[in-house]
Design a protein around this ligand. Structure first.
Ligand SMILES: Nc1nc2c(c(=O)[nH]1)N[C@H]1C(S)=C(S)[C@@H](COP(=O)(O)OP(=O)(O)OC[C@H]3O[C@@H](n4cnc5c(=O)[nH]c(N)nc54)[C@H](O)[C@@H]3O)O[C@H]1N2
Ligand SMILES: Nc1nc2c(c(=O)[nH]1)N[C@H]1C(S)=C(S)[C@@H](COP(=O)(O)OP(=O)(O)OC[C@H]3O[C@@H](n4cnc5c(=O)[nH]c(N)nc54)[C@H](O)[C@@H]3O)O[C@H]1N2
Ligand code: SF4
Ligand SMILES: [Mo]
Length: 755
């Protein structure tokens, strides 16, 4: 029997630890073995050792030797082991059945696969192959994401596949490709220690990238100056040297204003700009209008702070620029990211030790998951699905006719618009919880109910899966092996600790079982993740994200391999079994297969591109009716849609409920005291939460973390505006108004007492 979980709003009441009866009854919690692997949550991918007893993960031990985190872990990594034996874990497939109290009943696995295949075939025969859409996720291993992309194109022959990284890394990815021709952080984080200046734009690193924070602290101990740009004084900002309290959605203007001053004061590296870049003059021309006075007016950052930023950044000899979703989750997200890159290129401080640029990866496999073909316009190796040469290469690896590979699809949100319009009638989702995580999510819920058939693959019945006709029981990270690529670009190996319980199956096995049941098993007969990886190596060869020289053994030997890693020297064509990988990109004199010796950047002329990074006001900006900025993001103890972390008792207790962060001046004006119920309303909807009065936020801005469902979901409020290039949603700003609530919301009756 599957345990069919209670409704998603209530899961926070199920406190851990959830160890099985046998383990609880045991006299000792000594493990049988330790398995070296990595955390299942964020893109830092800390090394960890899982303690395993029988077929159960019962705890963890630090893995001191792993070079990135050296045994350090954050609260989430420490508690991740509590998921495996959680009572909500899906142990069988479950099929919708309104007659049951939970709305679902268990279904034997083989029957469930046959049912799903029958529905997919029915819809494709009636409406064409494109009637089925596929949604993937960047918490999956690279092997799974590769297989999923192939499954959509070869088995289902649908163009409609996209993934949850669309909500995360795509603005940075698009900007990196435009500026450098390659999309990867440029340096290992150890390069940060000893640098002179670190600029952190739009990232709450202390809560979201705790290990990166440790590198920042080490750098600071050695004298680095820290600049933080955020509408909130986040924990890292409390000790920084310069804080830039930017008004939400105004980052591109700030970058332009800083570059303006750098140019005016001669704080730029003219030699580097001339030798290694193109496009500087147009950018300089654009920045001319961003005088300090105008920049201050647009951004809300005092003029003296803008001058100080330009001086600190402009006169440094070594530096790091880091950014995350705070500047990327915007309808201007690509422009914002290009604005940071312009500051880096103008300084000339890239491609050498102690100087680098990086966009901080979010999801576990945020990097690998965006390289090998689960994006709507992409084929493995960062290849372009519209490029005939790229298509021919992949068709030859897959053993199909190039004409049979569908063209580009659409982004994940657009897929929901197509579902709403009745064009996409069937959906397969894996590792994605769009009902919580997409903006304006009441629309998403309505669209889900229009699907004729929806099958989700997950180990928990998440909020979106509640709309499914069928949920197939997938695997937890520790139940499978495979690779992921972490924040620095280091490909690492996840090792299997336990077998899937009950009728749960490894995700890639489920995909292959579906292919077989559909009568289209060609290309889906792998017997292990290693076999999938070996095909991926061939498929990625010659692409920008070239993994051909990486093997499981090399990863183990080197504790990770930075891509690109070539099986054949791109310069000589000779086999290079010992290619160590590429920890630092763009070093002078380095060779890459695109520039072929012309220069360090991944364009035929070897030069990086300056791009005019245009400032535009956000969509749904403040007005008289909605006078405040709403911004959304994270807290340290919760992860993404909360499907996993809201089930882990100790993490829930750390921050049980979402709250509205509000400045005391604003709170006073609105008659709201700390702990009061307050209603936040936007043009999409309203939610009522407790207020948390803090002095660490701009008085014109409120902040709500988004990890909760239903009436506590911040995405009931957010706007579905998207960046025109990357299609990332504008989560970080929309207009709202706040009032003291009349009374407690309905759900409050079901809450734990306030602590
Ligand atoms: N604890 C925890 N850690 C996580 C995650 C998690 O859910 N929980 N998720 C992981 C994932 S997938 C991701 S993408 C990363 C995200 O990591 P971050 O991007 O660091 O986190 P966010 O909270 O989304 O937003 C970062 C900051 O942007 C600020 N901000 C809001 N609007 C603006 C703006 O207009 N301009 C600027 N400059 N800043 C703005 C917010 O105040 C916030 O402090 O974290 C990863 N790590
Ligand atoms: N308002 C607002 N909204 C946001 C953001 C924001 O800052 N503000 N941030 C956005 C960002 S950056 C992100 S990354 C998205 C994330 O949004 P989602 O991707 O929707 O969130 P997750 O919680 O990762 O959902 C993943 C689901 O996959 C399951 N899962 C995890 N690992 C595996 C696996 O290995 N196999 C299988 N089969 N299932 C697995 C989990 O149980 C969970 O149900 O949210 C976005 N939404
Ligand atoms: S920093 Fe990220 S990878 Fe490391 S333990 Fe925390 S959630 Fe896991
Ligand atoms: Mo993310």
């Amino acid at each position: 029997m599957a345990t069919i979980p209670v409704d998603d709003l209530e899961i926070t009441r199920q406190f851990g630890p959830h160890l099985s009866a046998s383990t609880r009854a045991g006299t000792s919690t000594e493990p049988d073995r330790l398995v070296k692997t990595h955390c299942c949550f964020c893109g830092q991918q800390c090394g960890i050792q899982l303690k395993v007893r029988g077929n159960e993960v019962i705890g963890f031990e630090p893995w001191e030797e792993f070079p990135f985190n050296r045994g350090m872990l954050c609260p989430k990594g420490v508690k991740r082991y509590l998921q495996g034996s959680h009572p909500d874990r899906l142990l069988t497939a479950v099929r919708r059945d309104p007659s049951q109290p939970a709305g679902f009943r268990p279904m034997p696995y083989d029957e469930a696969i046959a049912f799903a295949a029958g529905e997919i075939r029915r819809l494709q025969e009636a409406h064409g192959n494109a009637a089925i859409g596929v949604l993937g996720g960047a918490s999956l291993t690279t092997e799974k994401t590769y297989l999923l992309g192939k499954f959509a194109r070869v088995c289902l022959k649908t163009p409609y596949i996209d993934y949850n990284g669309r909500l995360c890394m795509v603005s940075a990815g698009a900007a990196n490709k435009k500026a450098f021709g390659i999309d990867r952080t440029t340096n290992p984080w150890s390069d940060m220690v000893g640098t002179e200046v670190i600029w952190i734009a739009g990232s709450n690193v202390a809560e979201c990238s705790p290990i990166t924070t440790n590198y920042v602290w080490q750098a600071r101990e050695q004298g680095a100056k820290i600049i933080v740009q955020d509408p909130r004084i986040t924990p890292i900002a409390r000790t920084c040297d310069l804080f830039l309290p930017v008004r939400p959605g105004r980052d591109a203007a700030l970058f332009a204003g800083v570059l303006h001053l750098m140019i005016e004061n001669g704080w730029i590296d003219r030699e580097f700009i001339a030798a290694h870049t193109v496009g500087f003059e147009q950018v300089a021309e654009y920045c001319r209008a961003f005088t300090p006075a105008r920049t201050a007016e647009v951004t809300g950052v005092p003029e003296r702070s803008i001058r100080k930023a330009a001086e600190l950044w402009g006169t440094a000899r070594s530096s790091f620029l880091l950014h995350a979703r705070g500047i990327e989750h915007h309808s201007n997200g690509v422009q914002n990211a290009l604005g940071t890159i312009n500051l880096v290129l103008a300084s000339g401080r890239i491609g050498r030790p102690k100087s680098g640029y990086g966009t901080i990866v979010g999801q576990a496999n945020g990097q690998g998951g965006r390289e090998h073909g689960q994006k709507c316009d992409q084929l493995p190796g960062w290849r372009d699905i519209s490029n005939p040469e790229h298509r021919r290469h992949i068709a030859s690896v897959w053993g199909v006719d190039e004409r049979d590979i569908p063209g580009p699809g659409v982004d994940a949100y657009e897929m929901f618009r197509k579902i709403d319009a009745g064009e996409i009638k069937g959906l397969i989702s894996i590792c994605f919880n769009p009902k919580i995580s997409l903006p304006d999510n009441e629309f998403v819920a309505r669209a889900l109910d229009k699907l004729e058939f929806y099958v989700a693959i997950d180990f928990f019945l998440n909020d979106t899966a509640r709309h499914a006709d069928l949920v197939l029981p997938g695997s937890l990270q520790e139940e499978d092996e495979g690779t992921v690529t972490q924040v620095e670009g280091r490909v690492i190996k996840i090792n299997k600790a336990v077998d899937c319980p009950g009728e749960a199956r490894r995700d890639w096995v489920i995909l292959q079982d579906l292919a077989r049941a559909l009568g289209r098993p060609h290309g889906f007969t792998f017997s292990s993740p290693r076999e999938v990886f070996d095909e991926l190596r061939v498929a990625s060869k010659g692409g920008v994200a070239d993994y051909s020289g990486i093997t499981y053994e090399k990863i183990e030997r080197q504790m990770g391999v930075f891509w690109p890693c070539y099986a054949e020297d791109p310069e000589t064509g000779r086999p290079t079994p010992d290619h160590p990988g590429t920890p630092r990109l763009f070093e002078r004199g380095s060779y890459n297969p695109v520039a072929r010796g012309a220069g360090p950047f991944y364009f035929p002329d070897g030069k990086a591109r300056f791009n005019v990074a245009e400032y535009r006001t956000p969509v749904d900006d403040v007005s008289e009716e909605f006078p405040l900025f709403l911004t959304t993001g994270r807290v340290v103890s919760q992860f993404l849609s909360g499907a996993q972390t809201r089930r882990i008792g100790p993490l829930v207790r750390q921050y049980p409920e979402p709250r509205i962060e509000i400045h005391p001046r604003l709170a006073d004006k609105l008659g709201i005291a700390d702990g009061d119920w307050a209603t936040c309303e936007t043009r999409r909807g309203a939610i009522t939460l407790r207020a948390m009065v803090v002095t660490t936020i701009r008085p014109d801005t409120i902040f709500i973390p988004y990890h909760w469902a239903g009436p506590k979901s911040a995405n009931r409020l957010t706007v579905a505006a998207q960046d025109p290039i990357s299609k990332i949603p504008q989560y970080k700003v929309c207009a709202c108004r706040v009032r003291r609530a009349e009374g407690a919301p309905d759900y409050a009756a079901r809450l734990e007492p306030q602590q």
